[in-house]
Design a binder for this molecule. Structure first.
Ligand code: FES
Length: 104
């Protein structure tokens, strides 16, 4: 079942090739990035040592963790080899000027 929560306004979303950390009204941290014109959302916390992925950078279709540079595919959340890990990829939708994320 879906649980859509407002993330931010469309105007606040990152530019192409950038990422940011956004906290929902109910306190969930999300890594929001724009890649190839599409907004993508992942769980913000790196499974390695809980680095903040939203403070990382976009490279090669992935978000790179700012702490030890593990990279997670922005579409799937799966880590690039050799790491074996993943973060949850979250669905997004727009509603008027708002960007909503599915936290279900
Ligand atoms: S905490 Fe993200 S790579 Fe170590």
């Amino acid at each position: 079942m879906s649980q859509w929560v407002r993330l931010c306004s469309i105007r606040e979303a990152p530019e192409e090739g950038k990422a940011m950390q956004v906290t929902t009204a109910n306190g969930v941290d999300v890594c929001l990035a724009r890649l190839d014109g599409e907004l993508r959302a992942l769980d913000n916390w790196c499974p390695h040592r809980r680095g903040p992925l939203g403070e990382g950078w976009v490279e090669g279709g992935a978000i790179v963790c700012p702490w030890h540079a593990w990279a997670f595919d922005l579409k799937t959340g799966v880590a690039h080899p050799p790491e074996r890990a993943s973060v949850e990829a979250l669905a997004l939708k727009t509603e008027g000027d708002d960007l909503l994320v599915d936290l279900a």
